[in-house]
Structures are given as C-alpha cells and as structure tokens.
Design a protein. Structure first.
Length: 183
C-alpha cells in the first residue's frame, strides 16, 4: 500500500501537516506529489487541476508501483489509524473515503480521500485519457457508475473517514470552511 498526498508548490506547510498526521496514524509509504504551482499561476482552471495532476502524475506513479493506494488532498485532516482506512478502502476497487458534501444521491462533491485498488489502475488510466478535463469528483462519479453498473464503486455515504482544514480554495476563490469527522 502506498499513501499519496497531492499538494502544490507553495503549500508545503499544509502537506507537511498532513504527512505528520499520517505518520502518527501508521500510514505506510507516504509520498507527497506537488509538481505544480498554484493553479491560479498556471494556465489550468482550478476546477480541473486535480484531474490534470491525477492524469499526468498520479497515474504514472500508481502504474510504477502497481500497489493499492490511499490518495489524500493536502487539506485532509486524519484522526483514525491506517487500519481503519485500509478496512474501508478494501470494500471496492475505487472507494471514496471522504468528501466535501453530498449534492444528491448520485453525485458527491470532493475527493478528500480515495482508496484505489491496484486492479483498477489500468481502467482508471484509460478512462482519464479518454475523458475531457473536468472536476475530478465528477470524473470519479461518472467513472464509478460506468464500472459494471457501479458494483465496484463504493462510496461511504454514512460517515467520512477524515475531515479538512479551513483553507483557501482556488476553485471558489475564497476561504472554504473545513469539516470534521468523528472517526
């Protein structure tokens, strides 16, 4: 299992905080991926930056390791041990472990934390390369539904496994209030 933290240049304090929490909760093989400056500095819309980064940097990393992974955005707050995340991530090939908010029964905003089984990496790579750039949470929802009518896509709707810090959101252009979790 590898643990991936997605960040961006200039946000090292946020990723350092999360890495420290992950270490305290026994997460293995922690890797920080921060290949890009803030999206307001480059020519990629904020709403598409995670899609772009996942396609260009995370997928090749996953293909190189061919191991299961737990993916975090750097604003995540972790309170539970790795074993809890592992248990939930093994419920499907692609498991959304935490999110920002539920839009409706078919669409959830946010990709704060996702469990990725190595068996899905190839299909995920193909889908990313065959899709137009979009909000990554929307991509994950559409991708999940397309897999065998969704039976391999698991969304933990009852409880989030982690929260987020209050932080500036390049997508909204303002401060986004963090949320907590009891787990």
């Amino acid at each position: 299992m590898i643990t991936i933290v997605l960040s961006y240049q200039g946000n090292e304090a946020q990723s350092d905080r999360l890495v420290q929490q992950l270490k305290e909760h026994n997460f293995p093989n922690i890797m920080v991926v921060n290949p890009l400056p803030r999206c307001d500095i480059i020519n990629i819309p904020a709403s598409k930056i995670i899609f772009y980064t996942f396609k260009k940097y995370i997928i090749p990393l996953l293909q190189g390791h061919m191991d299961d992974a737990i993916f975090f955005e750097d604003d995540a707050v972790v309170k539970s041990d790795y074993s809890v995340f592992l248990q939930y991530s093994q419920r499907g090939l692609l498991t959304r472990l935490s999110w920002y908010r539920k839009q409706n029964k078919n669409f959830i905003s946010g990709t704060t934390c996702i469990g990725i089984n190595r068996k899905i990496i190839h299909k995920l790579n193909i889908a990313l390369h065959n899709s137009r750039a979009q909000h990554f949470d929307r991509f994950i929802t559409i991708f999940g539904i397309s897999l065998d009518e969704g039976e391999h896509y698991v969304t933990e709707r009852k409880e989030r496994l982690c929260g987020t810090t209050t932080h500036y959101s390049p997508i909204t252009g303002k401060e986004r209030k963090g949320y907590t979790t009891s787990l």
